[in-house]
Design a protein around this ligand. Structure first.
Ligand code: SF4
Ligand code: SF4
Length: 365
């Protein structure tokens, strides 16, 4: 199969780096690279997904531009990484759509879903849309719980199946046996390295952004985003258990577990992505891949929209704006579900799998 331009360039850079090896202490990419003399497409995708784009190897490199070797490891590995999301996506035909027009597709999904909810309400009871409501079950006056569960359950199931199929394709392409998935030592090491974002630290000093002074802000905002997402997921899961096991309908009191988890999570997925976006805007362009920007921004924007509408819903849930806010919030959640397998979301899973392979080949023979 013919290699893409990005893979060809990554191969050239890894061959130069393999002779130089100056950066071997910075992250997992260089030790993993040193275990190989030649690089298959799967190897390069593995190395690209090990890279956390901290920028240290660009700043430290004596061959980075204006040197004629033009070594730009962070930007080239970023491009390979983003291409790998499309290469492994399932069904593959959908991937280019999201890659080229990530933000537009996500916004269309939000608007379509919100329009569907608003249309559903208007068709059944137009007055319900702008009515103020209080107490348990008021959300379901707009759309019955079972309809909501069916719609979102189907979108979530689709996302899970597509993500598993993509991860399977990645795992097969990098040539790792399935037995690695059940080995406890590499698994524990990979969980620790992924959970601490160990390689987003520029070799211990922090991430490089607009200048040569490293900082830890990207890691901080990345943690906020990740844990915000986890808390929102936990909030939805607890609310589902409340509904089916305890027969308690949303919205819940402010002190109740789904609201506490959702509020903390909502703050995380608003502040974290905004911080990451600000860092991205300040970043030295030579360390980034311009072609991947749309996909990155789409994911960050969807998270912010979901978090902001969720928090607004919490504050305004007993006012006449609740109907419209709920529709936009549901639209944003739906857009996240359907775009998850084709965009930036999968980087967490592929990076974890790359770290698992690295832990196995480096430490856990
Ligand atoms: S990035 Fe530059 S300094 Fe680092 S290993 Fe590669 S060629 Fe050497
Ligand atoms: S950008 Fe950072 S994580 Fe990526 S290869 Fe360079 S040093 Fe490693």
């Amino acid at each position: 199969m013919q290699r893409s331009e990005a893979l060809t360039e990554a191969d050239r850079l890894m061959t130069i780096c393999n002779s130089c090896r100056y950066c071997e202490g910075l992250c997992a990419v260089f030790p993993a690279m040193e275990m190989r003399r030649a690089f298959t497409g799967g190897d390069l995708n593995y190395l690209a997904n090990l890279c956390h784009a901290c920028g240290a190897c660009y700043v430290d490199c004596q061959f980075s531009p204006p040197h004629e070797f033009d070594v730009r490891v962070p930007s080239v590995l970023t491009r390979v990484r983003h291409e790998s999301y499309a290469d492994y996506a399932w069904p593959r035909a959908l991937a280019p759509l999201f890659r080229r027009n990530g933000l537009a597709v996500s916004l269309i999904a939000v608007i379509s879903m919100a329009a569907f909810v608003l249309g559903f309400v208007a068709f059944n009871d137009p007055a319900a849309l702008f009515a103020s409501r209080h107490g348990l079950g008021s959300f379901y006056a707009l759309m019955p719980h079972n309809t909501m569960a069916l719609l979102f359950g189907a979108a979530f199931l689709w996302a899970i199946i597509a993500i598993i199929m993509g991860a399977r394709a990645f795992w097969n392409d990098i040539g790792e046996p399935s037995s690695t998935l059940t080995r406890s030592r590499p698994l524990l090491r990979a969980v620790r390295d992924a959970g601490s974002l160990r390689y987003l630290d520029g070799g211990g000093v922090g991430c490089y952004n607009e200048d040569e002074r490293p900082r830890d802000t990207r890691r901080f905002y990345h943690h906020l985003t990740f844990w915000g997402f986890v808390l929102c997921f936990a909030s939805t899961s607890v609310a589902t258990l409340y509904h089916y096991l305890l027969h308690r309908d949303a919205p819940y009191p402010l002190w109740d577990l789904p609201v506490v988890l959702g509020t903390l999570g909502g703050i995380g997925i608003v502040v974290g992505p905004l911080g990451l976006y600000a860092a991205k805007r300040r970043r030295e362009p030579a360390m980034m891949d311009g072609g991947s920007r749309g996909m990155d921004v789409a994911f960050l924007a969807m998270l912010v929209l979901t978090g902001a509408t969720g928090l607004a819903l919490l504050v305004l849930r007993e006012t006449s704006t609740m109907g419209v806010l709920l529709a936009v919030h549901l639209g944003a959640v739906f857009a996240i579900f359907i775009t998850m397998p084709y965009g930036k979301f999968v980087h967490g899973l592929y990076r974890f799998l790359a770290l698992l392979r690295y832990a196995r080949e480096r430490h856990g023979a």
